[in-house]
Design a protein around this ligand. Structure first.
Ligand code: DX5
Ligand code: ZN
Length: 222
């Protein structure tokens, strides 16, 4: 039986109170802090950079799970690693040689993840499964919080779960986008280890974070 882990995305946080928001998540049962980095080029939105990772680092001892939706990505890895990221996930679509970036991330002594967009098949990353610590399956088109979960991605999730288990690999399977109590159940049943949740974690304000996270994590994989 797998324990479901929750990674609240701070994209849905109150940026004017970011330190306070992170401290509240830390005491509300979050397992990771998910940080969505967007460049206005790989995705049609701009968010935050390594300076934000550096700024939030002192506010939590939870692992910082940094999701880079940027291209090119190579020249930013050191900045994010040195700013305190524990996991850096890049998109397979962001570089013609993702394995090189994965090796670069790991050379900093931290974990490396590979993410795939909804339009990318699981076969695009099968050659990388032996070199990553985490696979992130996007269940919305990357770029914005608050979008609707795409059930079409559940098949891919199941396939990746099988591929990971077949190789007896120590690779976490993370689902990102449109996670709600209902869709969380589907994602967990399909094999997710970690649920990224922006809107669903922050809904109702700080007094609800603990209940929101507990409700999402209450789901147990068969
Ligand atoms: C989308 C981001 C997600 C997003 C999740 O590009 O990668 O992490 O913030 O937000 P919700 O949970 O609101 O869909
Ligand atoms: Zn994300």
């Amino acid at each position: 039986m797998r324990r479901v882990q929750i990674a609240p995305s701070i994209l849905a946080a109150d940026f004017a109170k970011l330190g306070e928001e992170i401290r509240k998540l830390d005491t509300s049962g979050a397992d990771y802090i998910h940080i969505d980095v967007m460049d206005g080029h790989f995705v049609p939105n701009l968010t935050m950079g390594a300076n934000v990772v550096h700024a939030v680092r002192p506010h939590t001892s939870l692992p910082l799970d940094v999701h880079l939706m940027i291209a090119p990505v190579h020249q930013f890895i050191s900045d994010f690693a040195e700013s305190g990221a524990d996991i850096i996930t890049i998109h397979v679509e962001a570089d013609p040689h993702p394995r090189r970036i994965i090796d670069l991330i790991r050379s900093h002594g931290i974990k490396a993840g590979i993410a795939i967009k909804p339009s990318t098949p699981s076969s695009a990353i099968d050659h990388l499964l032996d070199y990553v610590d985490l696979v992130l399956v996007m269940t919305v088109n990357p770029g914005f919080g608050g979008q609707e979960f795409m059930p079409s991605q559940l098949k891919k999730l199941k396939t990746l779960r099988k591929m990971i288990d077949a190789g007896d690999r120590n690779v976490l399977l993370e689902v990102d986008g449109g996670v709600t109590i209902q869709t969380a159940q589907q994602a967990v049943t399909a094999g997710a280890d970690i649920l990224v949740a922006g809107t669903a974690s922050f809904s109702g304000g700080p007094t609800c974070y603990a209940t929101n996270i507990a409700a999402l994590r209450g789901l147990v994989a068969e």
